[in-house]
Design a protein around this ligand. Structure first.
Ligand code: UD1
Length: 357
């Protein structure tokens, strides 16, 4: 039997891995090993989300934790290579664009193992975002690439990557669809109008920027009750900037620890709007048709603007936008239908049959 490794390390990876591993486990045509790099180690960002997704426990945890990008990437490479040397798989599947993604892909490639990249071709053409470099490098060494929308095939074509590129749809939406098929739960935080999540260095690593966000939060909450689940990176900075007290004082702002995956989806579906800098949330909000205000200069997910409910905004725009009518409607984006993992599985089955044992 051929062996496949599925690599995940950070919260958004697990959401993308779950639907695919479940199919591989059900079909039992291959041996599969689920490896957690441990990039995210807080319970809320790893263990709980894995449970919440009904994903089986990782077979191995490399336990790399936090550190500089170079630390994270090199540590995953060294530790993962040790695993590879014990027994080489036929294929390594990596997801998204986090440091663990490029690190595992490169370690595999350098050991002569084929690499599949799920969520390939995303580009924002801004190297200031650490993920952009990860995306480009991962795609450049991948042997088989799965894209969430047609736009990503065009991006790859511009870089002369045309072989084994498959437009399969958005695998994150598989997890969302499967969640709402089974659950129709009421939100834990009722009477909330909107949600805010922030974790990108450009928004939360500088005191002055975060102070402006705080001032705006004071303004927005005059009209809306907002729930703010705080990412550990953001929390650490708020404490460092000595802004926690002021944040806690804001009326109508509900400050909470990161929500579980299911809790978050329920709140998102229940809210009138979301303000975020996350990539995945732009997609989930678009699918659910919730107005999404993305606090970034660019996005690697333009389909969420063209066909979804996403808008790139500056801090100063948000107040005006929040005073307009906030429409909500489920959006139809091609192949965002809950069947992406199935499509990937069928393609990989054929691809793996062409690889020699
Ligand atoms: C990472 C990904 C980002 C993804 C995000 C989702 C990269 C370059 N970035 O960003 O693409 O959108 O995950 O959450 O891979 N920390 C904790 N506990 C944890 C994890 C992190 O306290 O479990 C704190 C640490 O201070 C750490 C900081 O957050 O230094 C940043 O963590 P890191 O994994 O480097 O990146 P994220 O900001 O989480």
């Amino acid at each position: 039997m051929k062996t496949i490794h599925f690599i995940g390390g950070a919260r958004p990876n697990f959401i993308k891995i779950a639907p695919l591993i479940k199919i591989f486990d059900k079909e039992r045509l291959f041996n599969s090993l689920f490896i957690n790099t441990g990039q995210h180690y807080d319970k809320a960002l790893s263990e709980n989300i894995i449970k919440d997704l009904n994903l089986r426990k990782p077979d191995l945890n490399l336990g790399i934790g936090s550190g500089s990008h170079i630390y994270q990437i090199s540590e995953v490479m060294i530790k993962y290579e040790r695993i590879l040397l014990r027994g080489k798989p036929d294929l390594v599947v990596v997801f998204g664009d986090v440091n663990s993604t490029i690190a595992a892909a490169l370690a595999a490639k350098k050991n002569g193992i084929k690499v599949a990249h799920v969520e390939a071709g995303l580009r924002c053409y801004d190297d200031n975002l650490p993920e952009e470099v990860n995306r480009r490098l991962t795609d450049s060494i991948s042997d088989i690439l799965f894209t969430p929308s047609k736009n990503e095939n065009l991006n790859l074509k511009k870089e002369n990557i045309t072989k084994n590129v498959f437009f399969v749809g958005n695998i994150m939406i598989d997890s969302l669809v499967s969640f709402f098929k089974k659950n129709n739960v009421k939100p834990n935080f009722s009477n909330i109008d909107g949600l805010i999540t922030l974790h990108r260095p450009e928004n939360v690593d500088e005191k002055s920027k975060f102070e402006s966000i705080l001032k705006n939060l004071e303004k927005w909450t005059k009209k809306y009750r907002i729930l703010f689940p705080i990412h550990p990176r953001t929390k650490k900075n708020i404490i460092k900037f000595k802004l926690l007290k002021r944040l806690k004082k804001i009326n109508n702002l509900n400050l909470v620890s990161p929500l579980s995956y299911s809790e978050f989806l329920i709140q998102l579906k229940d809210s009138k709007f979301i303000i975020t800098d996350s990539g995945g949330i732009q997609e989930e909000a678009s699918f659910l048709g919730r107005p999404c205000f993305t606090l970034r200069k660019n996005t690697e997910r333009p389909v969420t603007i063209k066909m979804g409910s996403n808008k790139l905004v500056k801090l100063s725009d948000i107040n005006t936008l929040l005073n307009k009518e906030l429409k909500t409607k489920m959006k139809k984006i091609p192949k965002w239908d809950g069947q992406t993992a199935e499509r990937i599985f069928e393609i990989l089955k054929i691809y793996l049959s062409t690889l020699k044992l």
